[in-house]
Ligand binder design. Sequence first.
Ligand SMILES: C[S@@+](CC[C@H](N)C(=O)[O-])C[C@H]1O[C@@H](n2cnc3c(N)ncnc32)[C@H](O)[C@@H]1O
Length: 391
Amino acid sequence: MRSSGGSFRKPEPPPPPISVPALAAQVIERANREVPADAALRSTLKNARGLSPVDAEAISNAVFQHYRWFGWLDAEAPIEARLDHAAELASRFERNPESFSDNELRANAIPPWTSLQVEAPPNWARSLQVQPRLWLRAHPNYSEKIQDQLEVKSGPFPGSFLYCGSEDLFVHPAFHAGEFEIQDLASQAVGLVCAPQPTETWWDACAGEGGKTLHLSALMQGKGMIWASDRAAWRLERLRRRTARAHCFNYRVAPWDGGEKPPTRTEFDGILVDAPCSGLGTWGRNPHARWTTTTTDVLELAEAQRRLLWHVRGSLKPGGRLVYAVCTLTRAETSEVADWFSQTFADEFESVPVVNPFDAHSAPVSPLTLWPADTGGNGMFIASWRRKASK
Ligand SMILES: C[S@@+](CC[C@H](N)C(=O)[O-])C[C@H]1O[C@@H](n2cnc3c(N)ncnc32)[C@H](O)[C@@H]1O
């Protein structure tokens, strides 16, 4: 390369390769309440050129392991030392889980404020310390093909599979052909509780990127109609791309900010409010959130959830069903919201007990709380009501 002075400069030597721990440390330094670890990880991996998929996976594992064992680590120690300590703890847990008592796990794996909000079974903390499982849902008629093409084991629901392989599924041809979705079992349970019929019209009021819209559509055999709303336009844009890939057509997008005015005058057979929440049910998958979520978040979200239920309820047909789902386990966002709704609208709505999809022969319960240790995936809370015949 010619410099401005006309002499020749040697090309810059390539930067020395950065080690896996150094990149993991970069991610941890960047992650905070506003920048979740998975977002910091994505942008760090994107900027680190020439990284092999194996190294990228090692960085991701090191970061999540650090947050999974964070409660045991010395916050003053250098990040590299913390990464080593987390790896030791994870390896000890894998070899000898009983060397950690329930009390030790409860005290270190979960922040103390949760004791005021979560009446957890003793194995909750234990269930959060294992590597999360990856669950798939095959689109109708593709179960056999998925079994032939991917390293999977059958799950508890028709079309559900545990992924046991190590391929990047997002680049797999079967994924691009719309033959399966990556969907946690607890999320699949929400669709199964809704059990929409092919002739019905449903409103997926917090549709986000469409995980549950797609499942409702599959359960309706591509018939009937689903209105998919969200206040985030970018999420609805992703929903459009996902539905196109999955060949799902029985839906329409209707942006809605959660306010008093619904996006349509349509009266629905069913409404799903898969509400924004503090996400404690996903802490196994998303350990960074354990250390950034606060009681204030929980209380603010509980207010938002009540508002959403309040505003959707007028859009149900007499006899129509309202399903409230949150992937969290705090009392304020689960039973307290459900009790508030049942009491406030006792004249208009009656509670509908639901059958636990993980235990189809069990008696229906109202509401249903799914714990990660029981699902092998996320935790979830589901409540359901029916609009009484006369408004
Ligand atoms: C739990 S996520 C939904 C996930 C989605 N149903 C799925 O299965 O992929 C909650 C969604 O609620 C949306 N949301 C938050 N506040 C809202 C509001 N006031 N009105 C409508 N949607 C809202 C968020 O943008 C987010 O997409």
